[in-house]
Design a protein. Sequence first.
Length: 440
Amino acid sequence: MLAAMSTSPTPTSSPGESPSRERGDACPGSLRLHRADDGALARVRIPGGVLSIRQADVLREAARELGDGELHLTSRGNVQLRGLGQECGGRLAELLGGAGLLPSWRHERIRNVVASPLSGLDGRGRSDVRPWLTALDELLCGSDKAAGLSGRFLFALDDGRGDVDALGADVTLLGRSDGSALLRVGTAGADLRVSAVDAPRAALLAAETFLDVAREAGAWRVTELPLSSEELLEMTGTALRAAGVDTARVEHETPATGAQEPGYGLVGARGTSGPAALCAGVPLGRLTGTQWESLTRAGGEVRLTPWRSVVVTGVAREEAAARLAEWGTAGLVVGPDSAWTGVGACIGRPGCAKSLADVRGDAEAVVTAGEPGTARLPVHWSGCERRCGHPKGTWVDVVAVPGGHEVSRVRGDVRGGPVTVHGSPSDLAAAVTAARRTCS
């Protein structure tokens, strides 16, 4: 097993530049570790963020036995294990494989699938994407061709509410109220309508069509191709029809609610009978083993979200209030008034050699000094210009620079002029707070 493991740095590029593809994709996984300043790092892909209690227990055990004891959530609903020893590969593979978290060694890094975390729980979506999730993962792991995808290529399964559709995936399936699905490819201005039964196969064929072009172009994601998303959509339609999948080209359809990340606390309508689902936010995406166990012992399934929160299903309704109180006491976010709502950060110092500051410590200092409230933009703290893990849409960008930080507001691809703050923690807190309140 150790022969399957390796450690290599991840290639980087400056903002606005085309990424270098001179070397192979070095995106870390469970079998290929990344060397960081705090030890080796493993990124465990968890399609749809869905974990059984057994799988959750194994991840906690792996973090405790092999790493720093913490579980780090990513912006794709995956889990990173940090502080790993360089010789831990065989044991890690043994643990993950035994829990069903490595269904295919060849495909483990390409199982990048985000899914609407509240699908089937709150009645707001147009369809339940869970059957798509299971089918797509099986198709990916069974495709020799799909093994050539980059570890950065992303699938999104949206139940029609518009949450993960907004994350900029390479291939998206969007549920419709008539039971069909829309296939979205990159930023194309139209979609392909397919049946719900054909939807997972259509997503796989779209990715395989991408690979036909990507190999020659050296592209890892749809946005890096030399042709437009519209052209790729046409090619995908041709491939689908050749495979016997009925399609129809339709204009973009507005999602059901335009909802973004799940609200914290009880999910769905109050006063209903049956088990409940609860959602808790994780400050900076970092969970101790004790916090993780508190979450996983509460219900029947865990769903990790792309917003670094956790949805726990199957909670006894009479225990819901006590569980939320327990999580709040443990430092998790269980209501909208938390000062941690919308706050994210890269790993920063000392975990990353490229970082210029301990941005997690900086973020915590600003949160501690700030005031709770809900009318605020998301904020992401970055230790360098790579901005690892930053959100989509409109957000506040705080980047460490020599001697201080730059604070700016981002809307899509447009970045406002930065305010540079040197030295003063109080001035930095004031600048970040002001930027987050600028909602116009």
